[in-house]
Ligand binder design. Structure first.
Ligand SMILES: Nc1ncnc2c1ncn2[C@@H]1O[C@H](COP(=O)(O)OP(=O)(O)OP(=O)(O)O)[C@@H](O)[C@H]1O
Ligand SMILES: [Mg+2]
Length: 369
């Protein structure tokens, strides 16, 4: 008789949040959030402090009962199930390991709580330690580990019960940059290997951009935009999303002509820019133009579509130079350009700042004040 085989990872399941609303007493923390995370997909929840990210995750995990709405895994609502019956692995924000237990016991915790046999626990712990590249650490106590190692154990503990869904709440907040990068790669690898459907909370936009299949940008309890990292970065739908993701220069202007999905905008400095892909604007309308630093360039010659600027400071940021320039109205602009090895960056002087060739500025209506 063959032994009963370990079923292994089961097919990835979609996770649907259907109209989730939550109030803590009078305070509305989550406001009618609907989100479908596809099977095997990783969605990053990105947003400022207090916008409802942790509340939403705790609702999915079953630690908070939502005021309204449904949580569905596959095609089954799970709202009547307690947290330990939801098949969800969770790595909490600021959630330490059990300090008095060894690493191995921490990892086995969920299995023990389910009454799994000691043999299975032992095998699974060994497998998980191997998975997070920490074999040999099983007998240590959490305080004998570095921050990154503790995070890996927390991840191993979350994965040990073979969850269908993985929830991560700022799992790398306490780690330094290099370790964060290692952990991001690690999470991505494990998430793929186990075909996990995952939501990761972060307020680090670079982290969200690099790790997520899609990003949901939250503001005041609502999802303000949901899309691929590139779509959210290149085509922000609101000024909030624009300002939250990446850095950008905001310039006030007035629409001079609009039509054919294109707007001619006269900036306060007098320069006229053509903004492609801008619909729903009318001549005479006050607007804010948002342009990323890498979409601007400095030129020597004046032109109708260039702003005369004074260059005050250039700083090397990794492989780029970031120029800090001031326009005629005192407005400051940031312009980045690839740094050629050996270029001096102490240069100052007068330049003309315009859109680089493939620049796609974003346009937002501005209320007249
Ligand atoms: N137990 C609670 N009782 C009352 N209000 C709460 C409670 N927990 C959170 N809140 C409030 O609900 C809102 C959302 O909080 P939440 O913890 O979900 O935010 P967050 O997006 O995770 O923020 P952060 O990035 O700081 O972790 C906040 O205004 C917060 O003050
Ligand atoms: Mg939080």
């Amino acid at each position: 008789m063959p032994a009963i085989a370990d079923p292994g990872p089961i097919a990835a399941q979609p996770l649907t949040l259907d109209g989730i609303t939550h109030s803590y007493g009078a305070g509305l923390a989550v406001d009618n959030v609907t989100l479908e995370v596809k099977g095997g997909e990783l969605v990053a929840l990105l947003g400022p402090s207090g916008c409802g990210k942790t509340t939403l995750l705790r609702i999915v995990a079953g630690f908070i009962e939502q005021t309204n709405g449904k949580v569905i895994i596959g095609d089954r609502p799970i709202d009547d199930k307690p947290p330990n019956r939801r098949d969800i692995g969770i790595v909490f924000q600021n959630y330490a390991l059990f300090p008095h237990m060894t690493v191995a016991d921490n990892i086995a915790y969920g299995l023990a709580a389910r009454g799994e046999s000691r043999a299975l626990q032992r095998d699974r712990v060994a497998e998980m330690l191997d998975l997070v590249q920490m074999s040999g650490f099983g007998d240590r106590k959490p305080k004998q580990l570095s921050g990154g190692q503790q995070q890996r154990v927390a991840l191993a503990r979350a994965l040990a019960v073979r969850p269908r869904i993985l929830l991560l709440d700022e799992p790398f907040a306490a780690l330094d940059k290099n370790l964060r990068l290692d952990m991001q790669i690690e999470i991505k690898r494990l998430q793929r290997q186990f075909a996990l459907t995952a939501i990761m909370v972060t307020h680090d936009q670079d982290e969200a951009m690099s790790i997520a299949d899609r990003i949901a940008v939250m503001n005041r309890g609502r999802i303000e935009q949901l899309g691929s990292p590139v779509a959210v970065y290149d085509a922000p739908e609101t000024l909030f999303v624009n300002n939250f993701i990446g850095s950008s220069n905001l310039l006030d202007g007035m629409v001079e002509a609009a039509g054919n999905g294109e707007c001619q905008v006269r900036l306060a400095s007098g320069a006229v820019w053509v903004v492609a892909g801008a619909r729903g604007f009318a001549a005479g309308q006050p607007v804010t133009v948002s342009v990323r630093p890498e979409q601007l360039e400095l030129n020597d010659a004046a032109a109708a579509d260039r702003i005369p600027v004074a260059l005050k400071l250039s700083l090397p940021i990794g492989g780029d130079l970031i120029h800090d320039v001031t326009g005629p109205g005192g407005e400051t602009l940031k312009v980045t350009a690839p740094r050629r090895p050996g270029t001096a960056f102490g240069q100052t002087g007068r330049f003309h700042c315009g859109l680089s060739r493939h620049a796609r500025p974003a346009l937002f209506a501005r209320s007249q004040s």
